[in-house]
Design a protein around this ligand. Structure first.
Ligand SMILES: Nc1ncnc2c1ncn2[C@@H]1O[C@H](COP(=O)(O)OP(=O)(O)OP(=O)(O)O)[C@@H](O)[C@H]1O
Length: 262
């Protein structure tokens, strides 16, 4: 299976702080990863490195076969789908949903004078439909609810038919129904053989879609555990990651964690 992402000894230093501290990580084609860790563990920093928007202070990063620092990242970025709150914040006030999805073909935000043909538009509409957002096509992005925004952002991330799809906290801010809907859609996507390699960041085991194959636990910039999801999601590993005694359960493919009573 081809390698999609490889980090070796990656350190990100800001002043005295080490946001990432010696991270080794390999993601292969067909794998669906979830990255979990407490606030400030370095999850978003890790995704920024993988999305080629942050360069390591030390160590090496290979993305889709190219080494960061030795390649043109502007050619690489359209091959990577990325949805995050930081991307959503950059959306211009009047941007329509259809334009927000279309502009992903050029890895830009904010439609200007680019040309799109009817097959681009058809693909954008198809992706919005697949995410249950077809009725939003003509709406302005900044008028959408949080749940609607998340679905539109995933459609945008999928638009360039990426080889790597990264989702930073896609379920944050969603109500229970919207979260369950999103988990189901992501689980379906994970099951598609043609879907890209996926990396999803979350704070909650309850948000891990069935079908995700691998997990990384991150604490203070360091990897606590990484590998097959069933081997990584143990009470012992989660306890070490979050720094409090936790028990872990799996029921019908869904995970949950809770604090152990003293
Ligand atoms: N420029 C900077 N200088 C110093 N520290 C920074 C800088 N940028 C980020 N940090 C710190 O790096 C740490 C990791 O941040 P990051 O956003 O990657 O964590 P996270 O795991 O995504 O957190 P959260 O779950 O709260 O979103 C945080 O403690 C943050 O305060």
């Amino acid at each position: 299976m081809g390698e999609v992402l490889r980090l070796e000894g990656v350190v990100i230093r800001r002043g005295q702080a080490r946001l990432l501290d010696g991270v080794d990580w390999t993601v292969n084609e067909g794998e669906r990863w979830v990255v979990i860790g407490p606030n400030g563990a370095g999850k978003t920093t890790l995704l920024q490195v993988a999305a080629t928007t942050l360069y390591p202070t030390e160590g090496s990063v290979h993305v889709l076969g190219e080494k960061l620092g030795e390649t043109d990242v502007f050619e690489l970025r359209p091959r990577i789908g990325f949805a995050s709150a930081a991307v959503a914040e950059k959306v211009p006030a009047n941007e329509t949903v259809i334009d927000l999805v279309l502009t992903a073909s050029y890895a830009i935000i904010g439609r200007w004078q680019e040309e799109y043909d009817s097959s681009d538009v058809a693909r954008a509409v198809e992706l919005l439909e697949a995410l249950g957002a077809s009725e939003l096509v003509r709406r302005r992005f900044n008028t959408l609810s949080e749940g609607e925004r998340k679905r539109v952002q995933i459609a945008r991330a999928l638009m360039p038919d990426p080889e790597l799809l990264m989702l930073d906290e896609p379920a944050a801010g969603l109500d229970l129904g919207a979260r369950e809907d999103l988990v189901t859609r992501l689980s379906r996507l994970a099951d598609e053989i043609t879907a890209p390699a996926m990396v999803l960041v979350t704070h909650h085991l309850e948000e891990v879609p069935p079908g995700f194959t691998h997990a990384m636990l991150l604490r203070r910039g360091q990897v606590v555990a990484a590998g097959k999801v069933d081997e990584v999601f143990t009470g012992q590993n989660l306890t070490a990651c979050f720094g409090l005694p936790l028990s872990v359960e799996k029921t019908n493919g869904r995970w949950s964690a809770r604090a152990l009573q003293a």
